[in-house]
Structure formats: structure tokens, C-alpha cells
Design a protein around this ligand. Structure first.
Ligand code: EPU
Length: 431
């Protein structure tokens, strides 16, 4: 496999055509560790081919779980034997979702030890609400030497009120509650589509979870779980990213294989900015009206506008007419893409969690660096709509969450390529 290190884009080409959206990264990143709780053989379909998933498979392999590729985008996970309930190795520190092993192993074995997770750097990423969930069900937690250790004699269902709406804490509490004795009620739960998908996966294995997708989730503990075949939902952030890119380039594209309802807050904002939208059962067509209007955006937990689309919308608004304001209400520090967009000519000022964007009409291509996954996607959108050439560096971040982004954009008409591929072409022409 060729590792993308840099992406080179020549701006100014309209995106046109159809693009098939991959399975949801954040759903699979919860479902794969959840197989450890199930402890049987599960087949997971519509798994995106991205590096975060490969990393999660390495993590599972290191604790003794067997993961096999059984078809395009399909994995068979055999978690009957887990050889190591202490997950303390490098891969864990590189991804946030590894903390789901805490809930999954606690639920199955009554104990777990997992190195503190890494992931994208948006400032402090506390885990107090995860611990609140574990402790409410009877576990004792201790963080020493960078490792979270949890243990219980017995898990007993309880009420858990989350002080902040947290996707991770909601999922970890569900995982802990599935086999606990009695009923757990999670209040102020996250309502994201991937919380619902994880719950549907667990229910298909015999769990009894109701209310996922609302802010009160009820989990009645069950004694036994079974293996399943499960198809993961499509990735609404990947779809939204291509739609924002199409609007930025005055394009006309259809994102296929999606659940339009999951994109409602995104399509509403893209319409306000200047898109005509046609929605069908499993696709959305976006047609540019040729205008980019200013727009104010506030990121919120689902069904609000997702923080994971904030950098892409900032890139789009940097060329809109007038002044737009974007408030980041989920993460403390998620504006690291702004300094790179400024290097391309954007006029954006940031004050804490607020970005004020004076639309500039034109951006100019240059060398920029991705600081995280969605920041990288934003720079690609900016490059597609800028004058001249843009080189986006650190694209390993982008590979964490977008399947073959350069290839998909190329098929939509973008002038885009990975520089590593260029090098390979030159080498093979010499040979
Ligand atoms: N929070 C706490 N205490 C906790 C947990 C969270 O105060 O114990 C706070 C966080 O500091 C943050 C807010 O709650 O201010 C929301 O955090 P959440 O727990 O919901 O985030 P997460 O589960 O760590 C997931 C996604 C992120 C996405 C957020 C918000 C995964 C693997 N990651 O993170 O996705 O930004 O939810 O929707 O599911 C991405 O895909 O690019 C990405 C970063």
C-alpha cells in the first residue's frame, strides 16, 4: 500500500458526479471494541478502509482477538479468547477510541487496564464522565502511570446522569451496563447516529438497549450475548465533507449510500450558504447556485451542527461574501486549521471558541500542514477552490478518517494527487 504523505491540488476545477460514502468511522471504532464484550464471532460489514480502523485491529490483535478481512470492507472478529486484559502498548496511545476497551472488558471480565488514550489534540480531553459511569455501576477506578485500571466484584445497574453530553462516556456506560445485573438509565446521553448504531449492533447480539437516539437510554442487563452479522451505517461527516467541497468549487455532486436524516443540520447550513439540495431515500444531490453567502454556525452535539464539520465549513466560508461567525461549542481548541487557511489568504480572527471570518472571494494555493483529521479535510477543500497549487502536508492525519480521499475527489473531477504516487510513477518509468 502507498502511504499518502502529501497531497497536491491544482485549484479551480468544479466537482461533478457521484461519490459513494464509506461506513462511519466513529461507529466502527465503537463496534470493534464492543466485540470484546460479546466474546463470540461477529462479522462487521461496511467497514471503511482507513488507518484508524487498522490501528484498532492492531490493538485488538494485541489482546488476543482475531480479526480477519473476509471481503471488501468486511471483517470477521473472533473475540472468544482474550489473552490480555491489560492493554498498554503504543497503538493505544495513538487513538481515542481505545478507551472503549475499558467498558467492554469491564463488562465481560469485571476488570480492565488500558493506557490513557491519545487522538486528535483539541485541548483537554477529560474522561471523568466515563469514570462516573463505571463507578455508578460498581467499579473502582484508579489512574496511575498513565494507565486507567478498573475493577469490580459485580456490576449492578444504576442511574447515571452525565454532566456533559459525551459520545464516549455514553458508549462506555452502555458497554458496562449490557451484562450488569438489573437496569441502567443513562440521562443526558449523546444522541449521535453512531451511539444508535452501536446500540443496534449490541441488540443484534442479544443486548436489551432502548431509547438510543434520545437523551435517556435504558439498558436492561442480560446474561448471554451471541455473535452477529452487522452492517455499519454510512459516515455522515465524510458525506458532509464532499458536499462542502462541491459547494466550494461551484460543483454539482451526489453523495450516495447515505442516510439523509443524519445530515440535516449540515444540509441546512449548506443551503443557507448557497446550495440547492435534492434529497432522495439514500442520497443527496448538491448543486451550487454560484453564490457563497455568509452564514453563522454553532457546533453542538447531535442533532446540532457537528464539530467534526466545523473546519470544513470554516474553509468554505472563508470565500463567502460578508462576515460569518463560527462558534465551537464542543472542543476548547479546535481552530488550528485557521492559521493555515490564513496562509492561503483567508481573513479569519479567532477569539477563544469564536472564529470571525471576513470572506475574501479568492484564496491562493501554497504549502499548508494538516494539524488533525478534519483540519486536513478543510485544507483540501480550500486547495480545491484556491487559485494555483496547494500542497497539503501531514496527510497521515487525513488517512485516519477518509477512505481514499484523493482518489474519490479525482473521480469527481479534481486535479489532485498524492505526491508519493508521483514518486512511484517516476520510479516505474525509469525501470
Ligand atoms: N467531556 C468531558 N468529560 C468526559 C468526556 C467528554 O468533559 O469524560 C467533554 C469533552 O471535553 C468535550 C465534550 O465533552 O468538550 C464532548 O466530548 P465527547 O466525549 O463527546 O467526544 P469523544 O467521544 O472523545 C467523539 C468523536 C470525535 C467527536 C466528538 C464529538 C470518536 C472516536 N470520536 O469523541 O470525533 O469530535 O465525539 O462529537 O467517536 C473526529 O471524528 O474527527 C472526532 C474527533
Amino acid at each position: 500500500m502507498i502511504r499518502l504523505k502529501k497531497i497536491k491540488i491544482k485549484g479551480g476545477f468544479c466537482l461533478k458526479g457521484n461519490v459513494k460514502i464509506a461506513g462511519a468511522k466513529n461507529a466502527v471504532l465503537a463496534i470493534l471494541p464492543a466485540t470484546v464484550l460479546i466474546g463470540k464471532v461477529c462479522r462487521i460489514e461496511n467497514v471503511p478502509d482507513i488507518s484508524d480502523i487498522s490501528l484498532m485491529c492492531c490493538v485488538l490483535a494485541q489482546i488476543g482477538v482475531q480479526v480477519r478481512v473476509v471481503g471488501k470492507n468486511s471483517l470477521e472478529v473472533d473475540a472468544r479468547h482474550v489473552s490480555n486484559i491489560c492493554a498498554d502498548f503504543d497503538e493505544i496511545r495513538h487513538m481515542r477510541a481505545s478507551y472503549y476497551l475499558l467498558g467492554a472488558m469491564l463488562g465481560r471480565f469485571g476488570e480492565a487496564a488500558v493506557a490513557m488514550p491519545g487522538g486528535c489534540d483539541f485541548g483537554l480531553r477529560p474522561t471523568d464522565q466515563h469514570i462516573k459511569g463505571f463507578e455508578a455501576l460498581g467499579a473502582k477506578c484508579d489512574v496511575t502511570g498513565g494507565i486507567t485500571k478498573i475493577k469490580c466484584d459485580k456490576l449492578v445497574g444504576n442511574g447515571v446522569y452525565l454532566d456533559v453530553i459525551s459520545v464516549g462516556a455514553t458508549i462506555n456506560t452502555i458497554l458496562t451496563a449490557v451484562k450488569a445485573e438489573g437496569t441502567t438509565i443513562i440521562e443526558n446521553a449523546a444522541k449521535e447516529p453512531h451511539v444508535v448504531d452501536l446500540s443496534n449492533f449490541l441488540n443484534s447480539c442479544g443486548a436489551d438497549i432502548r431509547g438510543a437516539g434520545t437523551d435517556i437510554i435504558k439498558v436492561c442487563g442480560v446474561k448471554k450475548l451471541r455473535g452477529t452479522n452487522y452492517q455499519v451505517i454510512p459516515d455522515q461527516i465524510e458525506a458532509g465533507t464532499y458536499m462542502a467541497a462541491a459547494l466550494a468549487t461551484n460543483g454539482n455532486i451526489t453523495v450516495e449510500g447515505i442516510i439523509p436524516k443524519h445530515l440535516e443540520s449540515i444540509t441546512a447550513k449548506l443551503e443557507e450558504i448557497g446550495a440547492d439540495i435534492e434529497i432522495s431515500d439514500d442520497s443527496i444531490r448538491l448543486m451550487s447556485t454560484g453564490k457563497l453567502n455568509k452564514c453563522n454556525v454553532k457546533t453542538m452535539p447531535y442533532p446540532g451542527f457537528p464539530t467534526d464539520m466545523q473546519p470544513q465549513i470554516v474553509a468554505l466560508l472563508s470565500r463567502a461574501s460578508g462576515t460569518s461567525m463560527v462558534s465551537e461549542c464542543v472542543w476548547d481548541h479546535r481552530f488550528r486549521h485557521v492559521s493555515e487557511l490564513r496562509r492561503m489568504g483567508a481573513e479569519i480572527s479567532v477569539d477563544g471558541r469564536l472564529a470571525v471570518i471576513e470572506g475574501v472571494g479568492e484564496l491562493s494555493g501554497t504549502n499548508v500542514k494538516a494539524s488533525d483529521l478534519r483540519a486536513g479535510a478543510a485544507l483540501i477543500i480550500a486547495g480545491l477552490s484556491a487559485n494555483g497549487s496547494t500542497i497539503v502536508e501531514n496527510t497521515a492525519y487525513i488517512e485516519r478518517g477518509y477512505e481514499n480521499i484523493a482518489g474519490k475527489l479525482f473521480l469527481l473531477g479534481a486535479d489532485i494527487k498524492s505526491i508519493d504516487e508521483e514518486i512511484l510513477e517516476k520510479v516505474s518509468s525509469v525501470l
